[in-house]
Design a protein around this ligand. Structure first.
Ligand code: ACO
Length: 355
């Protein structure tokens, strides 16, 4: 029996494959590097959903309409966002969607984008901004989050991010979504389950610490001494190392390229590149042979910070991208017609034997 399900195959999927030894992520039959920065998020969604969701025409128009429909449901709830963190606000908003809406797949993804933007604004006490269905999904999220003009390079940056995180094998949130889907509870409930699993700090809730680390280092002159001191205290360097990837996380490469295209947007980018190089040197010196490399979180933090997303908004944006994967997995799981129902080993007390 494997406690925690390490190495257990719990589902078959055609959606994505993670090869931790080769540093390869395949999404719907394509290497991540063929997709990220090259196709718009809505086109990646269409690829992922092929054969699972009926083709409803131009994916950009479908998601634009879905955002408008979602806003109709969600906007009245904006007063309730005061006092909530963005991820709590997003949970409240997505949980409010009605099962009776007839187009769950598009609605879920449209709503996730709207909810992420609304929740980030709501946490700052700002009123929501209505979606513009004529924009692409990434552009509209930035527009709804900022209520200010957005540059094309910024749209490309967020598009690249959303595609990069669209799916990643049977991670904890995807598994949670599949468990709920297996009970035939529906797509929207599966997405809410995925969101609840994602928000934990061991999964998608921890990208902020990379920025905290960079803030603490302060300047590149202090980097090596600061990182050495952190290692001496037994601390982990944030944004480095990965349980599955034993080589560089391929998502780090595509996000680094996306950050590179934004050069000049943030002083933090050049600083982060210098800290990364120093951290890899320190890790190799202090942990020789452990194969510790840069993971997805390092450049996620730099990229989203460069797009002026507050750090509490990083996880909601992760969820906005991953919702497309949760939806696809929910449909794939529902089609099996089989409930996921593992067993536990009882280690509690037994009733006293009858005399
Ligand atoms: N900094 C310093 N040392 C590290 C780091 C790190 N970031 N990561 C691992 N190590 C060391 C460990 O201390 C251990 O050393 P030891 O063999 O001398 O005891 C060795 O490398 C192997 O570490 P494990 O504990 O086996 O690695 P594990 O697979 O359990 O952990 C994890 C993976 C949690 C990602 C870890 O690398 C870590 O904590 N990284 C920092 C936090 C982070 O960036 N998290 C985001 C990960 S990406 C994602 O989950 C989406």
């Amino acid at each position: 029996m494997t406690i925690g399900l390490d190495d257990v195959v719990a589902a078959e999927t055609s959606l994505s494959h993670v090869d931790g030894e080769a540093g390869r992520l395949i999404i719907a039959g394509h290497d991540l590097k063929e997709l990220a920065g090259r196709v718009a998020f809505e086109d990646a969604v269409a690829m992922l959903w092929r054969g699972l969701v009926p083709d409803a025409g131009d994916p950009r128009a479908v998601l634009g309409k879905a955002r408008e429909r979602a806003y109709g449901y969600l906007a009245p709830l904006s007063p309730q966002l005061a006092g909530l963190t963005p991820i709590e606000g997003m949970r409240l908003l997505l949980a409010s969607l009605p099962d009776a809406d007839e187009d769950h797949p598009a609605l879920a993804v449209g709503a996730a984008g709207v909810a992420a933007a609304m929740a980030v604004r709501g946490a700052q006490g700002l009123a929501p901004v209505a979606p513009d269905a004529s924009l692409g999904h990434a552009a509209d999220i930035l527009h709804m989050m900022r209520a200010a003009p957005v540059e094309a390079t910024e749209v490309l940056g967020l598009d690249t991010y959303l595609v990069t995180v669209i799916d990643h094998g049977l991670n904890a949130s995807t598994f949670a979504a599949r468990v709920v889907a297996s009970t035939q509870a529906g797509i929207l409930s599966s997405v809410v389950a995925g969101l609840c699993a994602l928000k934990g700090p061991l999964h998608g809730g921890a990208p902020g610490p990379v920025l905290d680390m960079l803030d603490a280092i302060g300047s590149i002159d202090h980097a090596e001494a600061w990182l050495d001191d952190a290692m001496s205290r037994g601390e982990r360097l944030m944004g480095f190392g990965h349980r599955i990837y034993k080589v560089r996380d391929p998502r780090a490469d595509v996000l680094m390229a996306a950050v590179g295209r934004l050069k000049g947007k943030s002083n933090r980018i050049a600083f982060a590149e210098a800290v990364e190089a120093t951290a890899l040197k320190v890790l190799e010196r202090r942990k020789p042979g452990r194969r510790l490399d840069t993971n997805v979180e390092f450049y996620t933090a730099i990229l989203l910070d460069s797009l002026s997303v507050p750090r509490e908004g990083f996880t909601p944006l992760f969820a906005a991208g991953r919702t497309a994967g949760w939806v696809a997995h929910a449909i794939e799981q529902t089609r099996t017609g089989r409930i996921i129902r593992p067993q536990s080993r009882y280690v509690g007390a037994w009733p006293a034997q009858a005399a």
